[in-house]
Ligand binder design. Structure first.
Ligand code: UD1
Ligand code: CA
Length: 455
């Protein structure tokens, strides 16, 4: 059992989202809200999480997987009740870090500071607080004359002079386990909502003369709670700015950070330039010196050094170094472009490999194809890979030349160095070096009674 276990409260319904999806599964920058919180705990060095779930429990489990520890809160009787449900799953950890599933902007470094303060002071409870110009809606931190924390008062239970306090409870705390578990049993739902408030344990600790500490967060944006879709968009914008700033500081040029959407999971090497309306998503790795966008989506893909991709959609693909993709190209899952490949406008490629230096410049569909090196694919080439029930492979060997408007009826193979005449429908393999012509000869017939002039 780890010394510190994080308990993430996520059983609430999130009514104000007006959504069928549980609130904590809404996504910003490539992760669900609760996954951002889990990641922050991980960055702070906390090795074990327990997630308290209730509303949408099955969906949350399905999304986060069986590798997580869960505690179930059947009825949402308040944050104190929620934490109490986690005791069994937490086991005998010494200290508990309490987090909320709906505060996705909290930084690992802030949690680390909180834990550090908790340990060096030996406090029973250490609260993360924030000073807000507008504290509306949050619990207020009440301090005594010496400035020691006395209690947390929820806004709806607060007296006017307490409402004036600008220091608020972020909902993030550390507690000594041997204090918190029995304390939770003493909570009473004697408040405006009739709930068991976790915040009431602070007054209990104070009454017993136990040490209560507080750490104030420097960047108040970190504690923004997402309760509705307006706040969801606000959180997304803040995170976008943070992510883009980090990339720019690391040597990436982002022409317009306000319209560049990069998931937290993406890595980008130096001197890549990103143009507006570009989305880099999921498990994507971009090499150095690339030009990406405008108007480009790249998801779960790898892009090699010095490639240019514009007005394109690239999904689960691997693009080698020095490639040129787009404008208006669609690379679907399983596409592999080796070094120096050119894929031009109105080209769709799916589950295909295109060899070094080959060109697919315009108006082409390649599906289930293996294309060798230095191949030229003419405009309008289509791999007919589907016979209505099964997909079949096409092989085009090194140095082949496919004339414009060719149909390659799979399964079929075009040998190395072979040439296919424009307009051919190829149904049989073409031997290496051969010229394949598979089309009707042209006939010129008399029309409307007019004779055909002879040259
Ligand atoms: C809580 C705090 C408040 C603080 C604010 C910070 C209490 C009583 N108040 O208020 O002092 O300023 O957070 O954002 O704790 N949850 C459960 N089960 C429940 C109730 C809540 O799991 O029975 C979860 C929710 O899913 C949510 C978190 O606990 O993730 C906080 O609950 P919420 O109802 O949003 O508390 P606030 O009213 O925001
Ligand atoms: Ca909240």
């Amino acid at each position: 059992m780890a010394a510190v276990v994080a308990v993430i409260l996520a059983a609430g319904q999130g009514k104000r989202m007006r959504s069928r999806l549980p609130k904590v599964l809404h996504r910003i920058a490539g992760r669900s809200l609760v996954e951002h919180v889990m990641a922050a705990a991980g960055e702070a060095g906390v090795e074990e999480n327990v997630i308290v779930i209730g509303h949408g429990a099955e969906e949350i489990k399905a999304a986060l997987g069986a590798g997580q520890k869960y505690a179930f809160q059947e009825r949402q009787l308040g944050t104190g009740h929620a934490l109490a449900q986690a005791q069994g799953a937490v086991g005998n950890a010494n200290d508990i870090l309490v987090l909320c599933g709906d505060t996705p902007l909290i930084r690992g470094t802030t949690l680390k500071k909180l834990l550090h303060h908790h340990f060096v002071t030996g406090a029973t409870a250490t609260l993360l607080t924030a000073r807000l110009a507008n504290p509306q809606g949050y619990g207020r931190i009440v301090r005594d004359e010496e400035g020691r924390v006395k209690a947390i008062v929820e806004e709806r239970d607060a007296a006017p002079e307490e409402k004036a306090i600008k220091e608020i409870n972020t909902g993030i705390y550390c507690f000594k386990a041997d204090f918190i578990w029995p304390a939770l049993q003493q909570l009473k739902p004697d408040n405006d909502q009739g709930e068991y408030y976790l915040t009431d344990v602070v007054a209990l600790a104070q009454a017993r003369g136990l040490l209560i500490e507080a750490v104030t967060v420097e960047d108040e944006e970190e504690v923004l709670g997402v309760n509705d879709r307006v706040q969801l968009a606000e959180a997304a914008a803040i995170l976008r700015r943070r992510i883009n700033q980090a990339h720019m500081q690391a040597g990436v040029t982002i022409v317009d950070p306000a319209t560049t959407y990069i998931d937290v999971t993406v890595t980008i090497e130096k001197d890549t330039i990103i143009y507006p309306e570009t989305f880099l998503e999921g498990n994507t790795i971009i090499g150095a010196g690339c030009f990406l966008g405008p108007g480009t989506t790249i998801r779960d893909s790898r892009v090699g050094e010095g490639s240019t991709i514009s007005h394109a959609v690239v999904l689960e693909s691997v693009i080698g170094p020095g490639c040129q993709v787009g404008p208006f190209a669609y690379l679907r899952p399983g596409t592999v472009l080796e070094a120096g490949v050119k894929v031009g406008d109105f080209v769709e490629i799916k589950a295909s490999r295109v060899g070094r230096g080959s060109k697919v410049p315009h108006l082409t569909y390649l599906g289930d194809a293996t294309v060798g090196k230095e191949v030229n694919i003419g405009a309008g080439t289509i791999t007919c890979n589907y016979d209505g029930s099964k997909k079949w492979p096409t092989v085009i060997e090194d140095g082949a030349f496919i004339g414009s408007n060719t149909n390659l009826v799979a399964p079929v193979k075009v040998g190395a160095g072979a040439v296919v005449g424009a307009g051919s429908t190829i149904t049989e393999d073409v031997p290496p070096g051969a010229l394949a012509l598979a089309r009707e000869r042209q006939v010129n017939l008399p029309y409307r009674g007019k004779k055909i002039e002879k040259k």
